[in-house]
Ligand binder design. Structure first.
Ligand code: DCP
Ligand code: CA
Ligand code: CA
Length: 723
């Protein structure tokens, strides 16, 4: 007994000491590399005539020249931004070159960008352990390489010429007002150079290998080399952030784009955080950040330092209190997880308005088109990466009078064969058709179809029975699948999940959800319903994972669970899906929210073992999978769903433009970046359906990216403040 107590004392003392020591939170060197205007660079490499010119990548052409999804820095200087129509952008920049996203199977084909991404990741992997964070970003843990490099440096000085593209955040420091005036007169590169010189001069000799800042300097040298190698091998330029963790490196990566990198020493964090809105921090851009702001009445992340750990724990639980306590001091321990490959491969297509699918034939046709793309990509993936996916997820969105609803179901992925994929997909969604099996109609019409494959495992090798085994097992599962029928009932309950990260946080709600879960299982196969008491039953895992994706934990329990469905294929794959509707948001917002809520994590959470079990990692890891942030609504969207997601916004804009009064000549000359802001421009005023308008009603509105100016010094304030 005494022994246990003694151990506790030792442990607590250790924690306290560790926190007080200079080392706390500076143990690692972590970088984030993000490609500059990535799709544009890919197009410029394909067509070198586009190089060094104002250039954009647009998708689809039918309306106003297509929607812009990537913008070269030359075009940004003219005020061109993402989410503009190409025709509008040309008014701002008459020389604008427009490259188009190719189309295949009637939809956007991202193959060139995906393949370019693989090339980049391959080069980066030569330097460090890589965690692919999106189609054009990767985190890397450089700690081991840095230590090795420092050992080899002996007494060698770190020369500024090794860091010619490096900015040091917080430097140069001005100690007098005269210095301040002098700095203000310098251009961006002169300031950079002075800051770098000042910082390097403050570092200890390289023999002091445990110095945190020295380690950052060496990390920055490695990243300079890595970025040069990426450019040499692929022709693409990128930017990077270098600091002690993912949060900090992500934060500063964008500060000096393009083609530059930024180091953030922990000593510069206090100043940086003092005016940094909480929403700018990785993982706090959504509802979690908003709930912190609301609960504690603070705007900037730095303001959290005034709360004791106990106070934070009181509001957010012990674990999360500790996490926030560290985070607001620039400390975070989320590891870089080695991962090069996407965890799922998928494709989707929107069918807005009149194009919605209202017949079985249309549904079958488009499932077949999506299946063709999926088959192509899965086969390529198997060849390149030696793995096979075992799970097929089908998602749909149904048109509704007011609120479209979303569902997803999954089944065993039997074979990499388009016909098989599309017939299986049809089989598992056909009960959604209320027109009945004997009718040609599909009702309610579908406004989105989505197919994805996940649950990868190593492809069978010759020694393990070879590809023959793969096919024979496929036959079995496909036979089983064909015996699936909506009335088959729940042969097996959805895999019980570990309680997950939120439980300790919201015990009661969690209990309620568990009860619901049991209810659902007892009911057997649920038919899909529009509303009603029983529909509150839901899968805890589905909702919890999806809400974490949205960036919030507290938001989860404000959501009503609407239609829910449970399905079990005869091979035991169980599916329960529900649409999580955030009651605080209006319907229009729900449309987009519900997409990903339903689709993204169904497979991970229900049909397999959840990977994430505790906050902060759990809630946080999802956001770094294969997601991009939508500039329009701030949501994390799977890279391969982005064309469809963007298309959705474009469709909304289009619709709104018909119902809006014509903009006055002066307003049409406005830099249309305003379009993506929450309250500017005639469009948002008159467009109840626009996502930005909807979101502007609450504290949770998305943050539009501020266009960056080329060739001028962009202060931190102007960078982070939305005008
Ligand atoms: N993308 C997209 N739709 C979005 C956001 C991004 O299709 N709403 C695609 C196009 C981008 C790529 O993903 O080129 C990478 O997105 P980033 O947000 O990293 O933006 P860029 O790389 O284009 O520009 P930056 O230089 O600011 O990183
Ligand atoms: Ca980028
Ligand atoms: Ca990016």
């Amino acid at each position: 007994m005494l022994d246990v107590q003694r151990h506790r004392v030792v442990y607590v003392t250790f924690l306290v000491r560790k926190e007080q020591s200079m080392e706390y939170g500076t143990e690692r060197v972590v970088a984030l590399v993000d490609m500059d205007c990535f799709y544009v660079q890919v197009e410029q490499r394909i067509n070198p005539e586009l190089k060094n010119k104002p250039c954009v990548v647009a998708q689809y052409k039918t309306w106003k020249g297509g929607g812009i999804i990537a913008v070269s820095y030359e075009a940004r200087a003219h005020g061109v931004t993402k989410n503009m129509w190409a025709d509008d952008a040309k008014k701002l920049c008459p020389d604008l070159q427009v490259a188009r996203v190719r189309e295949s199977h009637g939809k956007a084909d991202l193959t060139p960008y995906r393949e370019a991404s693989v090339e980049v990741i391959e080069v980066m992997s030569r330097f460090a352990v890589i965690e692919r964070a999106s189609i054009d970003e990767a985190y890397m843990d450089l700690t081991a390489s840095v230590k090795q490099r420092l050992r080899n440096m002996e007494d060698q000085q770190i020369e500024p010429h090794l860091l010619t593209a490096t900015f040091i955040q917080g430097y140069p420091q001005a100690t007098t007002s005269q210095e301040e005036t002098e700095h203000a007169a310098l251009d961006k590169d002169a300031l950079r150079s002075q800051g770098l010189g000042q910082w390097l001069a403050s570092l200890p000799p390289t023999t002091q290998t445990d110095s945190a800042e020295l380690q950052l300097a060496v990390g920055a040298i490695i990243v300079e080399e890595m970025r040069a190698a990426v450019e040499q091998c692929t022709g693409f330029q990128c930017s990077a952030g270098i600091s002690h963790n993912k949060v900090l490196s992500k934060l500063v990566c964008g500060l000096n784009k393009p083609n530059r990198q930024t180091v953030l020493p922990l000593s510069s964090v206090t100043q940086l955080f003092s005016s940094l809105p909480i929403s700018k921090i990785r993982n706090l851009g959504g509802k979690l950040g908003a709930s912190i702001t609301e609960t504690l009445e603070v705007e900037n992340i730095g303001e959290l330092t005034k709360f004791t750990q106990g106070h934070l724990a009181q509001h957010f639980g012990l674990k999360h209190g500790q996490w926030l306590y560290d985070l607001c001091r620039g400390v975070d321990f989320e590891p870089v997880k080695p991962r090069h490959l996407p965890k799922s491969i998928g494709c989707s297509k929107n069918f807005q308005g009149k194009t919605s699918l209202a017949t079985k034939e249309q549904v079958q046709h488009w499932l077949q088109q999506l299946a063709l793309e999926l088959e192509e990509r899965l086969i390529k993936d198997r060849e390149m990466n030696g793995r096979v996916a075992k799970l097929l997820t089908v998602g749909v969105k149904q048109a509704g009078e007011t609120t479209p609803s979303s569902f997803s179901r999954c089944c065993a992925l039997a074979r990499y064969e388009a016909n098989k994929i599309s017939t299986d997909s049809f089989a598992i969604i056909k009960s959604l058709n209320s027109a009945g099996n004997h009718q040609q109609a599909w009702s309610p019409p579908l406004t989105l179809l989505h197919l994805s494959a996940s649950k990868f495992s190593d492809a069978p090798t010759a020694s393990s029975g070879g590809i023959g085994t793969f096919f024979s097992s496929e036959v079995i599962s496909s036979q089983k699948l064909s015996s699936f029928s909506p009335s088959a009932g729940l042969a097996r309950q959805p895999t019980p999940k570990r309680p997950g990260m939120i439980e300790s946080f919201f015990q009661n709600a969690s209990k309620k959800r568990k009860e619901d879960h049991v209810e659902l299982s007892e009911e057997g196969e649920n038919e899909l319903k529009d509303s009603g008491e029983e529909e509150k039953s839901c899968s805890e895992s589905n909702a919890s994972t999806s809400s974490s994706l949205q960036g919030g934990i507290s938001s989860f329990f404000q959501k009503k669970q609407v239609p829910t469905s449970a399905t079990t294929t005869a091979d035991g794959s169980s599916v329960v899906t529900g649409q999580a509707v955030d009651s605080s948001q209006s319907h229009e917002h729900v449309i987009t929210q519900s997409d990903k809520k339903t689709y993204v994590h169904t497979s991970d959470s229900l049909c397999g073992v959840p990977e994430h079990s505790s906050l902060p990692e759990a809630a946080l890891s999802f956001s770094t999978e294969d997601y991009l942030t939508c500039d329009r609504c701030g949501q994390a969207v799977l890279a391969w769903e982005m064309p469809e997601h963007t298309d959705y916004h474009f469709a909304q804009d289009l619709q709104n433009s018909f119902s809006s009064p014509l903009p006055s000549p002066s307003s049409s000359n406005q830099i249309p970046a305003n379009r993506s802001k929450t309250h500017a421009g005639p469009r948002s005023k008159t467009s109840p359906a626009s996502c930005s308008r909807t979101l502007s009603s609450g504290p949770l509105r998305p943050q539009a990216k501020k266009p960056k100016t080329v060739g001028t010094v962009v202060t931190l304030d102007s960078f982070f403040k939305k005008s």
